[in-house]
Design a protein around this ligand. Sequence first.
Ligand code: GLU
Length: 337
Amino acid sequence: MKVTRRVIALLVLGLLATGALFAAAQSETQFVTIGTGGVTGVYYPTGGAISRMINAQSETYGIRATVESTGGSVFNINAVLNGDLEFGVAQSDRQYQAYNGLAEWEELGPQEDLRAVFSIHPESITLVASVDSGIESVADLAGKRVNIGNPGSGQLQNSRDVLAAFGISESEITAEQVRAVEAPGLLQDGRIDAFFYTVGHPNGNITEATSGRIQVRVVPIEGAEVDALLDEFSYYASSIVPVSNYPSAANTQPNVPSVGVKATFVTSASVSEDVVYAITKEVFENFDAFKALHPAYQVIELEDMLTGMSAPLHPGAIRYYEEAGLIDLINPALLGE
Ligand code: GLU
């Protein structure tokens, strides 16, 4: 009898201990979500690549990362700022605008809690049109049905800037605002003539757009109008769309001139230093493995990941860059006091 009681007591103690351990493990594991973009873009696999890297080290850091497909840069920045997401991928121009209270943030004012972590791949404002539409330059968009990007996307403002640079008002086109993931289907169905998508190359979206029955081309964004645009906005740079990645496109040249920005990784000042440190460290220490995860990263050099940011760096990222001897490569104005 006594023995039985002791066994039960031990069992109960054991159960309690297991429960306590389980609870401890639960409270130690930090769950973070990364906001990305449409599943055929580059942000979505980028979030996947980063989350796999951090999850592979979950025993070390106690972090579990998941990825969410979203409407894009502006959605991600807002979701990070209001605490719905811990991290987001966002265009460098959108990071600048949010931190400085411009474009979608004009009424709200500067988003001072936004923090930069690192930059990722280059993106180009990509204008895709059906050959039948006769659109061979931005000027030809007047009178056409054009997807300029969903609210929440990075490309919405880019399309507006490009149209404005060419003196085309939104009322002169039939402007659609659907998500990039739907645009190739609409183009192939003949329901739109063209769409804008600010994205890294190659990607599944432009492959899909150029692979259907309807012949499609990537339209150059160039000329004196574009030079003026580059002069006006320091976050835009000239770029190319490597259209040779899309063998079914109607283009005959391997590269099409355009305007570029960078994809960047952002967070909020309220996300813990340890979490940001761990993610930064894993991405940088596995840079070669990271680069191999998507063909759009092929052109990235490690130093490129430290330029193109405009919000202050998160202290967790600064801790890693100091430790790794990379801090001198970063604009000192972003390092705080
Ligand atoms: N640049 C796009 C945006 O900010 C997303 C591109 C992508 O998903 O690769 O909305």
